[in-house]
Write a protein that binds this ligand. Structure first.
Ligand code: ZN
Length: 294
């Protein structure tokens, strides 16, 4: 394939990343991603098509609205560049195939899920419903292409969706019984239906295991030290006077439960785990069987 082909391929990925920005912004607040067209939140200036070219427009505008100079966050071009790079990586790894597009779309949706779960503690149906439909439809469509693919076939996709959603629902239910509080949002169930359809039942269960392991590592190495540092700092929220009646308490933020224990948005870990298991699940399984069994 020529260099030009891969430039166009990567640009297509960046455009998908641009649309992902819109989904990440609008789905958590129940807005349509189709209309209205994007406007500057301050001066309401409509964003022209040539101001909407991934990464390049942000650079040309020097990170500012052309109307009022309102700064435009670097996260928008960062997500566009990341998705473009992801599409290029999928294309180079799987060749210019239907499978590469399936991997790229799967990764793009998972990125959207991880970001909205991290920011808002929710996983919009927009990602999981359209993702589930995409995975199931392409599982059937892939039969026509006859390519080697890491994705589950049609039957395994259906069983995988049920296994992924069922397993995470059971874990959430047991966790709720043990902790006496909501342990898992329904968004995690929808995420695992989508991921399970892509992965099949066995790898869906591997994803939950890998996501829990990833979450535990991040929780112990990053979240706990931050909580401890904040707790030790004088004048921090923990030793401040209780807020006046009716005033919004700091604890009202969704980042901690009523005892101040940080909530962990599980989707943030399940999403990368699903991609890792799709790409390297077979190798991990072979390594495990080689190492653990005599
Ligand atoms: Zn503006």
């Amino acid at each position: 394939m020529s260099a030009l082909f891969w430039v166009v391929w990567t640009a297509l990925g960046a455009c998908v990343g641009s649309f992902l920005n819109v989904c990440i912004l609008r789905w958590p607040v129940d807005e349509s991603v189709v209309r209205p067209r994007s406007r500057c939140p301050r001066c309401q200036r409509m964003i022209r098509w040539y101001e909407n070219i991934p990464v390049l427009s942000w650079l040309a505008l020097r990170a500012k609205c052309a109307g009022c100079g309102l700064p435009i966050s670097a996260r928008y071009p960062a997500i566009e560049a990341l998705v473009g790079a992801g599409w290029l990586a999928a294309g180079l790894a799987f060749g210019p195939t239907f499978t590469a597009i399936r991997v790229a779309v799967f990764g793009t949706i998972l990125l959207g899920i991880a970001i909205t779960d991290l920011e808002h503690y929710l996983i919009p149906d927009g990602f999981t419903v359209s993702g589930l439909i995409w995975v199931l439809v392409t599982a059937f469509a892939a039969l026509a292409f006859n390519e080697a693919s890491p994705f589950a076939g049609p039957l395994d996709a259906i069983v995988g969706a049920c296994a992924g959603a069922g397993a995470i629902a059971i874990i959430g239910w047991l966790g709720e019984a043990a902790l006496k509080r909501e342990a898992m949002g329904f968004g995690d169930v929808t995420l695992m239906a989508f991921a399970g359809a892509a992965l099949g039942p066995l790898k869906a269960l591997m994803t939950i295991f890998a996501g829990a392991a990833l979450g535990a590592v991040v929780f112990v190495l990053i979240v706990m030290p931050i909580v401890r540092l904040r707790g030790a700092a004088p004048g921090s929220a923990t030793d401040a006077a209780p807020p006046a009646q009716g005033a919004p308490a700091d604890d009202a933020s969704p980042t901690t439960d009523h005892r101040g224990v940080p909530l962990v948005p599980f989707g943030v870990f399940l999403a990368p785990a699903a991609l890792i298991v799709l790409l390297w699940g077979d190798q991990a399984m072979a390594w495990y069987l080689r190492t653990m069994l005599p």
